[in-house]
Write a protein that binds this ligand. Structure first.
Ligand SMILES: [Zn+2]
Length: 222
């Protein structure tokens, strides 16, 4: 916020009026952004754009090919990973662990701990996996404060990480094959689908063309 103040003194009050939950992950009411969002839309868009005007079959085949390529790349990455968590999350846990060394823990109850990092104190709830600094519950990885508690109570830090960050889950996610469409004659089309009559669009009715470009979120670089 101090950095924003230096850019423009009015930004702070403007952001406050909008509501913290609209732009800060720590205050969002559900999980959004970071690992929850990827650039898949942009990549799929670039393919469909290049195939514009082609029949639907080659379009679907090119999308299938693209997805299969991603799956192969990701499963090869996952199989070459020998840590419990995927590389990015493992690095984050180690960074937090390093930070946790300088923190002091005092016990409030069997699940509540007060952690001081030298500047401020935070309350960590090991039962609910939350910290008043908010990173623990948002990132689903123990923050430095939680890791200081985990070291004190001699528990395993990995058991407090989301299962979705594990290398095992990474392998399972990308182990599926995406089969090609093959030839028309080999398709097993159910009778009710075959019976459907699809009419050509009414040329008199002017349909609004869908936007080719996705509208970027506020603040997102285009
Ligand atoms: Zn914390």
């Amino acid at each position: 916020m101090k950095q924003l103040d230096e850019i423009n003194a009015e930004i702070r009050s403007h952001l406050k009026d909008i509501g913290y939950e609209k732009w800060s992950r720590a205050y969002m009411t559900n999980n959004r952004f970071s690992p929850m969002t990827s650039n898949i839309v942009e990549l799929v868009n670039s393919i469909t754009k290049a195939m514009k005007g082609c029949p639907i079959e080659p379009l679907l085949e090119s999308l299938r090919y693209l997805l299969q390529e991603w799956f192969v790349k990701h499963i090869n990455d996952a199989r070459a990973t020998f840590t419990i968590l995927a590389t990015k999350q493992e690095k984050k846990l180690r960074k937090n662990s390093l930070e946790s060394k300088k923190m002091k823990v005092s016990t409030s109850s069997s699940i509540l701990y007060q952690v001081n990092d030298g500047c401020a104190s935070y309350l960590v709830n090991m039962g609910e996996r939350t910290c008043t600094y908010n990173h623990f519950q948002v990132d689903k990885i123990p923050c430095a404060h939680a890791l200081a508690v985990i070291a004190k109570i001699k528990e395993d830090s990995y058991s407090y990480c989301s299962v979705f960050y594990t290398t095992n889950m990474y392998i399972q996610t990308y182990s599926a094959s995406i089969f090609s469409l093959r030839d028309h004659n080999e398709w097993n089309v159910p009778d009710e689908v075959r019976a459907r009559i699809i009419l050509a669009p009414n040329p008199k009715k002017k349909s609004r063309q869908p936007k080719e470009k996705r509208i970027p979120s506020k603040g997102e670089k285009t």
